[in-house]
Design a protein around this ligand. Structure first.
Ligand SMILES: [Zn+2]
Length: 340
């Protein structure tokens, strides 16, 4: 996978939907990436057809995964996964080098309906408490890297901030936004999903300038953190973070405001340079061979339990593709006498 920081792109040519745009603001020692997602995101969410609140959460997780995964100089897979105790108890998103993405969510319909009825639908309320794990997997014979942070009733933006503060010690600001669009098409209305995201990171030459206030203890008085931040943080980072925080959700998802326009609105006084974009696409990595490989390791018991009406049927949770197999073709298949 190549990351295009070597040459600047035409700043005025919009990369369009589903393209990650890397950028730097040299004066502020800031670099980042921005994206607006359209067709690739809509394809994934429309296929799953989850309730709207679940789709929104998964869309945020997809944008966050793309922003983080596209920065890694690896050949492999970056996975973001939440495991929590809320109505939406699992989100899984994969980003593979080259830009292929896939995602799914798991939720409890009754608990979700109860949460909607009581108006408790903020991202943190639907997720509940648990963990968010980010895994980098570069394939067989390489070590996996995994970072895990607690998720305690926060938005995914907040969890990302915690992760970068605790695990990477890089001052980071993330914005994520999701929108449902209704467009006129063939005389009717067509519903589609859009999303946008921005990550800004402070990476000065001198490590000393990256200092951040310690997280306040449990008994810190209200407002203590704000005071610390003003006192301790580098002026350039305070400025960059404040600028990034001014973007509205509607701007981040507006098809009429390409990310290049957005970046110029934010940073043009300081001079922003954009680089070649990285396209992402809706593409699963499942295959008949991979599923068969898993089934080949099943015991006779597992093969028997997986067989229904003489067939083993496996459906990919990411893309919904169904694979059917004859159980007799696997080593673990029960013999005729066992079946009796
Ligand atoms: Zn699949």
């Amino acid at each position: 996978m190549t990351i295009a920081f070597e040459s600047a792109a035409d700043p005025l040519a919009p990369a369009g939907d589903d393209s990650v745009r890397p950028f730097v603001v040299e004066v502020l020692d800031v670099r980042g990436r921005a994206i607006q997602m359209g067709p690739a995101l809509d394809a994934i969410l429309s296929r799953h057809d989850y309730p709207a609140h679940v789709s929104r959460l998964l869309a945020e997780a997809i944008v966050l995964t793309v922003l983080l995964g596209s920065s890694l100089k690896i050949d492999g897979r970056f996975t973001l996964q939440t495991e929590t105790d809320g109505a939406v108890d699992m989100l899984v998103v994969d980003y593979r080098s080259g830009g292929a993405i896939r995602a799914y969510a798991r939720y409890n319909g009754e608990r979700l309906a109860a949460a909607v009825a009581s108006g408790s639908v903020a991202p943190g309320e639907l997720l509940g408490r648990g963990t968010l794990a980010m895994t980098v997997d570069q394939g067989a014979n390489t070590s996996r890297y995994q970072g895990v942070v607690p998720l305690e009733g926060d938005s995914l933006e907040e969890v990302a901030h915690t992760y970068f503060r605790q695990s990477e010690q890089i001052p980071t600001h993330v914005r994520l936004a999701v929108a449902e669009m209704q467009t006129r098409e063939h005389g009717g209305l067509r519903h589609s999903w859009r999303a946008g995201g921005l990550i800004v990171q402070f990476l000065p030459e001198s490590q000393d300038r990256m200092r951040q206030p310690d997280l306040p203890g449990g008994d810190a008085p209200q407002g203590a953190e704000d005071m610390l931040e003003e006192a301790d943080e580098d002026d350039a980072w305070v400025e960059a973070r404040s600028l990034a925080a001014t973007i509205g959700d509607d701007e981040l998802t507006d098809p009429a405001v390409p990310v290049e326009t957005l970046l110029f609105r934010l940073f043009n006084e300081r001079g922003v340079r954009v680089f070649h974009s990285i396209e992402v696409r809706d593409q699963c990595s499942c295959s008949r061979e991979k599923v068969a490989g898993v089934l080949a390791s099943f015991s006779a018991d597992e093969i028997r339990q997986s067989t229904e009406e003489g067939e083993i049927s496996v459906t990919c949770e990411f893309c919904g593709t169904r694979y059917g197999f004859d159980p007799a073709t696997f080593p673990g298949a029960p013999t005729a006498s066992e079946q009796a």
